[in-house]
Design a protein around this ligand. Structure first.
Ligand SMILES: Cc1cc2nc3c(=O)[nH]c(=O)nc-3n(C[C@H](O)[C@H](O)[C@H](O)COP(=O)(O)O)c2cc1C
Length: 470
């Protein structure tokens, strides 16, 4: 029986070990001839990157590399992580090479994920030790795989008059799934993607977003025959796959644009997003316990804030016992009532304010008090320097408070900074039996939010940057 919907995947045999300047099209045709095959229109030739790199002279001996300071730093960073996981440690020379083959480091963990100069996101910038002769010799990705594919396609056409497609392939590991698969890194004669949008499915529904990465599927199919180790089949013929021949193609449409790449968030963008999405949360919290460990982890981050003379004058007190919190708020409110009465405020106003304070500080799942410990501030004989020293203490603990709020944001906790403790320092110190040198400065209500808070307006840059006109 003759099947009409299948494709054939044929490894080309007797491909010699490739050297610089070898004529790949000739090698392909020679192998086909020996196998009793000839090219047909619509055939696809998939070629392993390693042999293109070798024929282009894109191999390099690591011994010839001098690692830069940046690569040594990266080495220190990733080797400790790799060691912990029992994974092989990368040579700083290899790291240097990865850096020079990359535009951007995307992740530097136990592996290095970078964006190569071509725009591929992969481990180690595609630099490979396997199937390369010489102990310290590695292969780099071809400089322009599209161009290599086109050159080979055109030469095959010139010699056989057949319109074939050429795919240069490599194998990349994947995010979210274990196991490397074949991917295309250069194409000629075939569109890298198959845009199915607007076509109908089995049930006559119009497809809205289906885009098939057809050259990656073809590269993966070829990989099954190529193998990864010593199979010696770096060139594969795929026959019977129906595609639209196109002379003007490039791998580029397959590369997801940075601004719509969900998995590509740079550390820089994450940090900016976190800083800009933090809000002062003044609404009721979810009825969900906040783990003490989570709070401790946030305070651990807050510890890394800058402080004058590295004094780290911040002291955090987590007020857990409800009765204690209640006693404290009642006493604070008594003082607040006196203060507001003395200010001449109306009873309605006062009641409103007291209820708000009660609600804020009693209903929050966690209440954190921040104190300034003045014990380590420098002592001066004059008032001005003494005052300034106090201010720098306040400034320092404020930077820690900001770190704390950002840490909450990272943990998806909501929080608000309240200055009420400033107005009830003695009551707080006495009720909580705090050391003498502690100055209560702020409360943070913390919990899981039930809603998102719109960003309050921000002043324009021109309003906050004062230009000197001298
Ligand atoms: C030092 C300081 C003290 C604050 N005290 C209070 C307060 O007592 N009551 C309150 O409702 N919000 C307080 N806030 C929160 C501010 O109102 C809030 O940060 C500001 O409106 C900006 O909103 P955002 O944090 O959502 O950007 C305080 C913020 C800071 C930095």
């Amino acid at each position: 029986m003759k099947f009409t919907n299948g494709i054939e995947i044929i490894g080309l045999e007797e491909i010699p070990l490739i050297k610089k300047h070898d004529d790949i099209p000739n090698i392909i045709l020679e192998s086909l001839r020996k196998m009793g095959l000839s090219l047909l229109d619509g055939d696809i030739i998939v070629i392993a990157q390693s042999i293109i790199s070798k024929s282009n002279g894109r191999t390099i001996n690591l011994k010839s590399i001098t690692p830069s300071e940046e690569s040594l730093e990266l080495y220190n960073l990733i080797s400790s992580k790799a060691k912990k996981l029992g994974l092989p440690i990368k040579d700083p020379k290899l790291i240097q090479l990865i850096l020079s083959e990359s535009k951007e480091i995307i992740k530097a963990e136990h592996v290095l994920i970078t964006e190569t100069n071509h725009g591929f996101v992969c481990a180690d910038a595609g630099i490979d030790k396997s199937n390369v002769d010489g102990k310290d010799v590695v292969s780099l990705l071809p400089e322009n795989p599209d161009h290599d594919a086109e050159k080979i396609r055109k030469e095959l056409k010139r010699k056989t008059f057949k319109d074939v497609a050429v795919i240069i392939s490599d194998s990349f590991g994947r995010s979210f799934r274990v196991g490397a698969v074949g991917v295309a890194i250069g194409v000629s004669g075939i569109n890298p993607i198959l845009d199915m949008r607007g076509k109908k499915d089995l049930f006559d529904y119009e497809l809205q977003s289906t885009i098939i990465g057809q050259v990656d599927s073809l590269a993966s199919a070829a990989q099954l025959v190529m193998g990864e180790s010593n199979e010696g089949l770096p060139i594969v013929l795929i026959r019977g796959y129906k595609f639209e021949f196109n002379e003007n193609t490039t791998i580029k449409p397959l590369l997801r644009k940075k601004d719509i790449d969900l998995f590509r968030e740079s550390i820089h963008k994450k940090l900016v997003d976190c800083m800009k999405s933090r809000r002062s949360y003044k609404f009721p919290f979810k009825d969900k316990r906040v783990d003490r460990n989570t709070i401790n982890e946030c305070i651990e981050i807050a510890r890394w804030a800058p402080s004058a003379h590295n004094g780290q004058y911040w002291r955090y007190i987590i007020i857990e016992k409800l009765e204690l919190r209640e006693k404290l708020i009642n006493l604070m409110n008594q003082k607040l009532r006196n203060d507001l009465t003395n200010d001449g405020k109306s009873e309605v106003f006062i009641e409103n304010k007291l209820n708000k304070t009660r609600k804020n500080f009693l209903d929050a799942p966690v209440l954190v008090l921040l104190c300034l410990d003045i014990i380590e501030l420098e002592k001066y004989p004059d008032k001005e320097r003494l005052e300034n020293e106090f201010i720098l203490g306040v400034q320092s603990i404020s930077s820690s408070a900001t770190y704390l709020l950002l840490a909450f944001e990272i943990k998806k906790l909501a929080a608000c900074w309240y200055c009420a403790p400033l107005f009830a320092k003695d009551i707080i110190k006495e009720t909580l039996n705090l050391p003498k040198s502690y100055v209560p400065m702020a409360f943070f209500t913390v919990g899981y939010p039930i809603k998102s808070v719109p960003a309050p307006p921000r002043k324009k840059l021109q309003e906050i940057i004062y230009e000197i006109n001298i």
